[in-house]
Design a protein around this ligand. Sequence first.
Ligand SMILES: NC(=O)c1ccc[n+]([C@@H]2O[C@H](COP(=O)([O-])OP(=O)(O)OC[C@H]3O[C@@H](n4cnc5c(N)ncnc54)[C@H](O)[C@@H]3O)[C@@H](O)[C@H]2O)c1
Length: 439
Amino acid sequence: MRISVIGCGYLGAVHAASMAELGHEVVGIDVDERKVATLRDARAPFYEPGFEDLLRCTLGTGRLSFSTDVADAAGARVHFLCVGTPQKHGEYGADLRYVDAAVESLLSVLQPGELVAGKSTVPVGTAARLAELVEGKVPGALLAWNPEFLREGFAVEDTLHPDRLVYGLPAGPDGEVARQLLDEVYAPIVARGTPQVTTDHATAEMVKTAANSFLATKISFINAMAELCEATGADVKLLADAIGYDDRIGRKFLNAGLGFGGGCLPKDIRAFMARAGELGADQALTFLREVDNINMRRRIRMVELAREVLDGSLLGKRVAVLGAAFKPDSDDIRDSPALNVAAQLQLQGAVVCVTDPAAVENSRREWPHLDYAATPEEAAADADAVLVLTEWRQYRELDPVAFGALVRQKRVLDGRNALDRETWTAAGWTYRALGRRAG
Ligand SMILES: NC(=O)c1ccc[n+]([C@@H]2O[C@H](COP(=O)([O-])OP(=O)(O)OC[C@H]3O[C@@H](n4cnc5c(N)ncnc54)[C@H](O)[C@@H]3O)[C@@H](O)[C@H]2O)c1
């Protein structure tokens, strides 16, 4: 099938290459000329394991192309909308200007019988509004919402092997036409029995924001427990293990630490609250404000913990920050807790050196006033404290004995509860972590 993908960021670029991998003829459209040139060159504009190989292979088949001209989307039977929906400046709501502009530009090429399939995360009600616009301007064209659940760091695997497909379809016979088109796009995924939820526009939009709200709540729940553990001397890691054995609760997303960040969870829960307010249902989601507050408090607590460990003052202290990306296996630094903490430490007088296996370039561009190093060893040279703020495998596997020879003071703050406390303390380190007693 001929397919277009509008917006080739973390979501769209992976989606475009994955759809070509499934055998479709795909054109990816983006307004960013540099990104399009990079993708055409078979280079990934961002770090995502396995993506560059997939890009190279699918470009090599001739089935995948990229363009800045939406006219090249003409003739596609399905047009996937994958543009960004960031938080509005100074407000909680989602900024829909990119979605609106993408749909507006598509109208110039859209033909009856073609399907616009939204994948961006949008406030509930957006699809119904866009469907009216599309059907009004191009009678016979359809709009569905097909939210995306990929995780950065596993984006290729999640796109090719999703755990479910959610279709938000128009009412009546149009819905069946849209469903058949989406089933044809995802034929190999459907054939292997992947669960499908077929529903209306509003439910499909809400599935995504509800899922993100649940995950954010689970993280903030365990971080609230960490606050209590800090007050009582209990150990949040053992607490998480113990409650996680209950399969109604589960251990996943119960790692206490610096909390969530990135381009999705924070802005999605805020947009969800804003939308609930517009719908007169704000009380239903006031708990998300607390989820957000707990999450942001962890960053402040991390800075306090660093001050405590550094004998009460950050002034002139050398601090190595390991990790800048909002999560491991990604170079995404949008709302990164690690960089937030690094910047606070520096503003309060510490001499901060940040390292990350993939995100130094992005970090330097956005946070030019911080110092950067290429390796953890370089960052830790003569450090008074080492903070592990993104749980990259490389950092989890550091040898505390060899690493200890580089620093001025063997003090480690494990912002992700990712290190083995015993081996670090056995190597002479003072070990501190959120929600755990000093080791
Ligand atoms: N990144 C994720 O892990 C993920 C997962 C699920 C859902 N989502 C959702 O997917 C959407 C995209 O997220 P992302 O992380 O890929 O964002 P992104 O910022 O990486 O990518 C968005 C892309 O859209 C392009 N764009 C903007 N306006 C355009 C237009 N009019 N025409 C063509 N291209 C245009 C931008 O240049 C950019 O390359 C968001 O709604 C996000 O919430 C993201």
